[in-house]
Ligand binder design. Structure first.
Ligand SMILES: [Fe+2]
Length: 395
């Protein structure tokens, strides 16, 4: 497809500062009043209040150049379009959706039994239950189910489309209990996770870079009618250059409150959005819906993820399940599960020790796992080679 963002080089903005006093609500309104035309997104099945919907079976089936063209469209939707896409039925029985919901509930029950009270960035104690670093906890509890869940091709495609290869998946489970309050509208990590003054100390080009360093996702683990408070969004708000400074300003908050979009989701639907999109979790006004989502924050290989994850430990846990999946012939699913668990980038590295095998870089964890599976390493050999690789990454 022809992208609509082909600005001539002369139109590239200067590396200026962005200031709070330069935030202008009229500019923001003009940008966010746009409508989404389905014809601009030939692979989408529908639009609802400006949000694009995609059929997960079609996305999963795409291969080769057709997959690349679809990825072009999705990246453009996140960058220049509404900034949010929904994949209906992205996770289902084939990915162990219901079993994973039960596993997350078990982790929360164990946390509660152990007296763990997890703090939250935005919510009052008791309003919600959090599982931080759910990626690692999931892999430890049930490696086979983890591998099945993260063999998902929708997650892999949208992550590659937005971030390129070698992305780093992190996950936290959030259950918003009945009565759980709404959040204030915000942008996400990186520049959304600091004070306005600190964000203002980064010049404009870094404000344009920040959204390219992460992708936000949410997998619904229960049906989420509006009364349960699914996330509120303002389509196109990611295109406002000063948004990291504007989202806390009263007039912008008020505009968001009067114009947000909130859509019901079904269990298994997956939403992905540009981290610069103005958004906020909704108020759970239901009597009895515990609104569970697996919140994915996928980082660029070139950024620092928020969560510290012991990826080496995860790989040791899941290696036998990867072997079984590979033996069953699911090459795509294995590649997706490796991408969701292994470190995909070869740096930072100890360059005294880590000599390139070929090309410019040493072997990454992801490359080692793929080689181990292809060459039929047993678990002991894999453990040995992974230890050696990790040693080459310690100064
Ligand atoms: Fe957020």
């Amino acid at each position: 497809m022809t992208l609509r963002s082909a600005d001539p080089i002369t139109a590239v903005p200067r590396a200026d500062r962005i200031t709070e006093s330069g935030c202008n609500l009229d500019d923001f309104v003009a940008l966010t009043r746009r409508t989404t035309t389905l014809a601009d997104y030939p692979h989408a099945t529908s639009t609802e209040r400006g949000v694009l919907f995609y059929d997960s079976a079609t996305v999963t089936a795409a291969t080769g150049e057709a997959r690349e063209v679809l990825a072009d469209e999705l990246a453009d939707a996140l960058l220049n379009g509404p900034g949010i896409v929904v994949f209906a039925g992205a996770f289902d029985d084939r990915h162990g959706l219901a079993e994973t919901t039960a596993l997350f509930q078990d982790i929360i029950a164990d946390q509660n039994d152990a007296g763990v009270s997890n703090g939250d960035h935005f919510a009052k104690p008791g309003a919600n239950d959090r599982v931080w670093n759910a990626l690692q906890k999931f892999a430890e509890r049930d490696p086979e189910l983890f591998t099945r869940y993260y063999s998902n091709s929708v997650l892999a495609l949208i992550s590659e489309a937005w971030l390129g290869p070698w992305y780093q998946v992190t996950s936290s489970v959030n259950v918003v209990n009945p009565g759980g309050a709404a959040q204030n509208p915000h942008r996400d990590y990186h520049l959304g996770f600091m004070s306005t003054d600190t964000a203002a100390s980064f010049r404009a080009h870094v404000h344009r870079l920040s959204p390219a360093l992460t992708l936000q996702g949410a997998i619904a683990h229960v049906d989420m009618p509006i009364e349960s408070g699914p996330t509120m969004y303002l389509p196109y708000s990611q295109t406002y250059a000063a948004g990291y400074l504007a989202f806390n300003l009263p007039e912008f908050r008020e505009y968001f409150a009067n114009n947000y979009v909130q859509l019901p989701l079904s269990a298994g639907d997956a939403v992905f959005f540009n981290p610069a999109l103005f958004h906020a979790a909704g108020h759970n006004t239901s009597a009895d819906i515990k609104r569970m989502a697996n919140l994915l924050q996928v980082s660029s290989a070139f950024g620092r993820a928020m969560d510290a994850v012991d990826r080496s430990a995860m790989l040791r846990w899941i290696y036998p399940a990867l072997q079984q999946r590979a033996a069953a012939g699911d090459a795509r699913g294995v590649a997706n599960a490796i991408a969701a668990s292994a470190e995909g980038y070869a740096f930072p590295s100890n360059l005294d020790l880590d000599q390139p095998l070929t090309g410019l870089t040493g072997e990454s964890q992801a490359q080692l796992v793929a080689r181990a599976l292809a060459d039929g390493f047993d678990a002991a050999r894999f453990d040995q080679e992974l230890s050696a690789l990790d040693a080459r990454h310690i100064p």
